[in-house]
Write a protein that binds this ligand. Structure first.
Ligand code: THG
Length: 367
């Protein structure tokens, strides 16, 4: 097997050595970094996430820091969800669009101060985008990448572990609320967040030289609850209906089609990028949207990550954007991008491996 060489074009996470020690078996490229996605035992990793606690290197959730007199205005121009009422110490899940209203990111936005924000991004180069927009609009803000590397602690026992390390106060954090903390001189922010439906926290490490130390502290503290390594878990997030930006959308998908319509504020000022296009798209009606599909009687198969053609009554109507064995449904499931007229319960066929496998459209989430 050939190897990939991390370098300045493929940045290594501060937790990289720890993940190697834990026996990471598979990485996925994301924001020009490597995200650990498996440690070789997918069933154990899924089980820890659903029933225990799992420790994830998600430093690929890179931060775009926006600071300065026009910071709040710039962040709102970049995001199609109303952020005017967000308070310091809180965050929101927010779609970002281009001028056509096409989804170009779905970050968590954190407000650190009235003139200071972090945009915790999915896979797309939003630092360039933010700088470009700020310059073109003549806005005064410093836009940079701070030394910040999130680690996620996910699962029903995550709160026990994080409280054991940092104190019971973390239990009072509501979804996307965050606060400063320190352990062994390591500066960080703790937020109730994470890319799973099982609940948990993210520790935003603010000193990249201390990644291994932080990893070990959490690992040690988590022993009583059987903590172990993991990463964003396709089966769990697909069952739970979470969007994987870049995987489940294409260059024509708007937030409505990606099922993020509830995070769009259509009455925002026209200066917000994409909002005019979204108002028009909403008026016209949503052409295509993500739904679920449950395939009939399929044996457990390897997840597949190419888009497969979806047929109805012999005609191609859309694409299956992901597919995975569902431990909770005990069959193969996935998302499909199909015309909005297609309703739950309708029958379709998915062309995979040269066959057409029948399945039934389902609403999301699956569970
Ligand atoms: N954490 C942080 N940054 C991130 C992610 C993260 N950046 C990239 C990527 N993940 C962005 N995608 C998501 C997708 C879903 C959620 C968060 C980030 C999420 N959704 C909840 C849900 O759908 O149930 C809650 C959304 C709400 O209703 O407000 O949490 O994971 N730091």
């Amino acid at each position: 097997m050939a190897e990939i060489t991390p370098n300045t074009r493929l940045r290594v996470s501060p937790y990289y050595e720890s993940t190697l020690q834990e026996g990471v078996k598979s990485f996925s490229p994301y924001n020009r970094m490597l995200m650990p996605v498996s440690y070789g035992n997918p069933d154990a990793e899924y089980d820890r996430l659903l029933n225990g606690v799992s420790q994830w290197d998600v430093a690929v959730e890179r931060q775009v820091q926006i600071k300065g007199p026009d910071a709040a205005r710039l962040v709102q121009i970049l995001c199609v969800r109303d952020l005017s009422k967000i308070e310091v110490g809180k965050g929101k899940y927010v779609p970002m669009c281009d001028h056509r209203g096409v989804l170009i990111n779905d970050p968590v936005v954190l407000k650190l101060a009235d003139d200071h924000y972090w945009i915790s991004i999915a896979d797309n180069p939003m630092l360039l985008w933010a700088r470009c927009i700020a310059a073109e609009r003549g806005l005064v803000a410093d836009i940079s990448e701070p030394d910040v590397s999130p680690m996620a602690i996910q699962g029903p026992k995550a709160e026990e572990v994080v409280a054991a390390v940092f104190g019971d106060w973390v239990r009072d954090l509501k979804l996307f609320w965050f606060a400063d903390a320190e352990i062994d001189g390591i500066p960080l922010k703790i937020q109730r967040s994470g890319y799973s439906k099982q609940g948990g926290f993210e520790l935003y490490l603010m000193d990249g030289t201390r990644g291994i130390d932080l990893w070990n502290i959490v690992r040690e503290a988590g022993q009583p609850w059987g903590i172990g390594p993991g990463g964003p878990t396709p089966a769990e997030r697909i069952e739970g209906g979470l969007l994987s930006f870049g995987g489940d959308n294409d260059d024509n998908t708007n937030p409505f089609g990606a099922r993020l319509g509830r995070y769009v504020s259509l009455d925002l000022d026209d200066e917000v990028i994409g909002i005019k296009a979204l108002r028009e798209a909403y008026e016209r009606g949503i052409k295509r949207r993500l739904m679920g599909v449950v395939l009939d009687d399929q044996p457990r198969q390897q997840g597949h990550w190419v888009w497969y053609d979806v047929f109805q009554d012999g005609a191609k109507i859309g694409s299956m954007t992901n597919g995975v064995w569902s431990p909770r449904l005990q069959t193969m499931i996935g998302f499909v991008l199909v015309p909005s007229r297609v309703e739950p319960g309708e029958r379709v066929e998915v062309k995979r491996f040269g066959r057409r496998d029948p399945g039934t459209i389902s609403d999301l989430p699956f569970v």
